[in-house]
Design a binder for this molecule. Structure first.
Ligand SMILES: [Fe+2]
Length: 324
C-alpha cells in the first residue's frame, strides 16, 4: 500500500481547481480527482474536455486541488497561458472563435451560478465580465446575434435562455435608443440573472411536459422573489439588477406577478427583459411544445399586447426578422 501511495505522489501533480475556471473547455491532458492517498479518479479527459457543471460541483463541495500526470505538466502550462480573456481580446481571432470562447465562459459561469444559494461576489463579477464581453462582441460584429439565435433552441434550456435573454434585452435596449454602456450592462445582467430563482424550483415542475397544477403554478410564481433573495447579499450587483429580477413577470395590464404592478410603475428595464424573456421562451423547444419560428413568436407577442410595452413590441420585427 505504501509503495502504491508513493507511486501516486510521483506520478501526479496537484493543480489549483480555480485555475480551470478561466480557461477554455478543450484540454490537452487528463484530469484526476484524489479519492484517497492511493486512489485517483479520472474525471475529465482530453477527448471530451472539461465539464463546467461538474467542475462547479467539485468547487461547491470544497475540492481545492485536482491532479494531472507529471508528464503532462508542460502541456498544462501551455494550456493555462491561453485564457479566455486572451482569445476574446485577440484582434486576429475570428468572431466564431470569440463567440465559442465566450459561450464556454458563460457556461462555466452559469454552472457556478446554478450551484450557489446566495450568489457569491466572485461569480457575479465574472458574470459582469461575460455580459460586458457580449456588449463588445455585438458592437464589433453583427454576426453575433445570428449565431446566438441558432443556438437558443439547443442545449439546456435555462443556460441558453439566460444568455439569449441577456442579449435580446441589450438589443432591445439599444433599438429603443439606449446606448449607454452602463445601462446596457445593467440590462444584460438583469437578463442573465432574471430566472436565477428557478434553480430553487424542483426540476419536475420546471420541465413538466403536462399542464401545471395549481400548486405547481404557485411554486413557479415564487421564482422572482427567490431570485431576489439569492442576489440580495451580493454587493457588486446593483439595485437596478435586483428590480429586473424581481419584476420580470409583471405585466403592463397588472396581470403579472408577484405584485400585479401596473405598467406605469414597472421599472423600464424590467419591461425590456420581460419581452426578451417571452421571445426567447417562444423560440425554444420546451418539454410541452416545439419551438415557434421567429415570425410566429413575434406575432404571438404582438397579439398579447396588453401584457407588454407597445413601443418595445414594435421593435421586435425590425430587430429579429432582418437577421433571420
Ligand atoms: Fe421568469
Amino acid at each position: 500500500m505504501q509503495a502504491e501511495t508513493k507511486n501516486i505522489k510521483e506520478k501526479f501533480k496537484a493543480i489549483d481547481i480555480h485555475i480551470l475556471r478561466n480557461v477554455t473547455r478543450d484540454i490537452s491532458f487528463d484530469i484526476y480527482l484524489k479519492i484517497s492517498d492511493d486512489n485517483m479518479a479520472h474525471i475529465f479527459s482530453k477527448t471530451t474536455g472539461l465539464d463546467y457543471k461538474r467542475l462547479a460541483q467539485y468547487i461547491h463541495k470544497g475540492v481545492k486541488e485536482l491532479y494531472i500526470h507529471v508528464e503532462d505538466e508542460s502541456a498544462y502550462k501551455n494550456f493555462i497561458s491561453v485564457t479566455v480573456d486572451s482569445i476574446i481580446n485577440d484582434p486576429s481571432a475570428t468572431t466564431e472563435k470569440k463567440i465559442a470562447t465566450l459561450l464556454n465562459m458563460t457556461e462555466q459561469n452559469m454552472a457556478e451560478l446554478f450551484t450557489q444559494l446566495n450568489i457569491e461576489e466572485d461569480t457575479a463579477t465574472k458574470a459582469q465580465i461575460v455580459v460586458r464581453n457580449y456588449v463588445h462582441l455585438m458592437s464589433e460584429s453583427p454576426k453575433t446575434l445570428a449565431i446566438i439565435l441558432q443556438l437558443v433552441s439547443h442545449g439546456e434550456y435555462l443556460y441558453y435562455h439566460s444568455i439569449a435573454v441577456a442579449i435580446f434585452s441589450m438589443l432591445l435596449a439599444k433599438a429603443s435608443g439606449q446606448f449607454k454602456q452602463k445601462f446596457l450592462e445593467t440590462i444584460g445582467m438583469g437578463g442573465f440573472l432574471h430566472d436565477i430563482g428557478c434553480t430553487q424550483i424542483p426540476k419536475e415542475t420546471l420541465n413538466s411536459p403536462r399542464e401545471l397544477t395549481v400548486a405547481q403554478w404557485k411554486e413557479i410564481r415564487t421564482h422572482p422573489k427567490l431570485g431576489l433573495n439569492m442576489i440580495e447579499q451580493t454587493p457588486i450587483l446593483s439595485d437596478e439588477v435586483r428590480y429586473i429580477v424581481y419584476q420580470h413577470h409583471e405585466k403592463m395590464d397588472g396581470q403579472g406577478y408577484p405584485n400585479g404592478l401596473l405598467g406605469s410603475v414597472i421599472y423600464y428595464p424590467a419591461k425590456i427583459v420581460s419581452i426578451a424573456d417571452a421571445f426567447s421562451a417562444l423560440i425554444s423547444n420546451r418539454p410541452f411544445r416545439a419551438a415557434y419560428t421567429v415570425p410566429q413568436a413575434i406575432k404571438i407577442i404582438q397579439k398579447e399586447n396588453s401584457h407588454f410595452d407597445k413601443d418595445l413590441v414594435k421593435l421586435l420585427s425590425p430587430l429579429f426578422l432582418k437577421t433571420h
